[in-house]
Ligand binder design. Structure first.
Ligand SMILES: [Zn+2]
Ligand SMILES: [Zn+2]
Length: 176
């Protein structure tokens, strides 16, 4: 995907899904995700270093070798390991930024699962992998809300620890 410069028009990018789409660079990411839905069979993959890089499948390896965002390799591994990448599917949330949409979706899933510990989909280990940062109380809570929150966190962390122990590691002292 090459960035061009057109006089009086600024930086533009030619859409990999349809070469007739010449898109201002500032809007390319939103356009790409919309266009991706319109061409579900296009042989185009998303660069794991930058979600704005939509690259023909046969060029992806080469692109990722030279991608300027390669410094984020750890993020890439994380995304692949936890399967987040597979969440990038067309969703009805048209006007939402796709990255944001996925985050919101995950948040909602976790939230639902947290309320329903018996849910089949609840997996404490996965939850932990996806949420290495322990939640903190916010300044907006009343003292009794904070107590309740801390109690819930204790339960959550102990559930995580149980699950982690069964996999041979423990989330130690994560919550204080
Ligand atoms: Zn397009
Ligand atoms: Zn890239």
């Amino acid at each position: 995907m090459n960035e061009l410069h057109i006089d009086h028009y600024g930086a533009v990018i030619i859409c990999p899904y349809n070469k007739a789409h010449v898109i201002p660079a500032a809007r390319i990411q939103r356009h790409l995700f919309k266009c991706r839905r319109q061409y579900p069979n296009a042989k185009i993959d998303i660069c794991c270093f930058n979600r704005a890089h939509h690259v023909p499948q046969q060029d992806l390896q080469q692109h990722q070798k030279n991608c300027p965002d390669r410094a984020l390799i750890e993020v890439c591994k994380y995304v692949i390991d936890d399967g987040t990448a597979s969440l990038y599917k067309p969703s009805p949330m048209d006007d939402q930024d796709p990255v944001e949409a996925v985050a919101t979706q995950q948040y909602k899933q976790q939230d639902e699962n947290w309320d329903d510990m018996d849910a089949q989909r609840y997996d404490p280990v996965q939850y932990c992998m996806e949420n290495p940062v322990v939640r903190k109380t916010t300044g907006h809570m009343t003292p009794s809300e904070k107590r309740k929150f801390r109690e819930e966190e204790r339960i959550r962390i102990s559930e995580l620890n149980k699950a982690m122990e069964s996999k041979g590691s423990t989330l130690q002292e994560a919550y204080k």
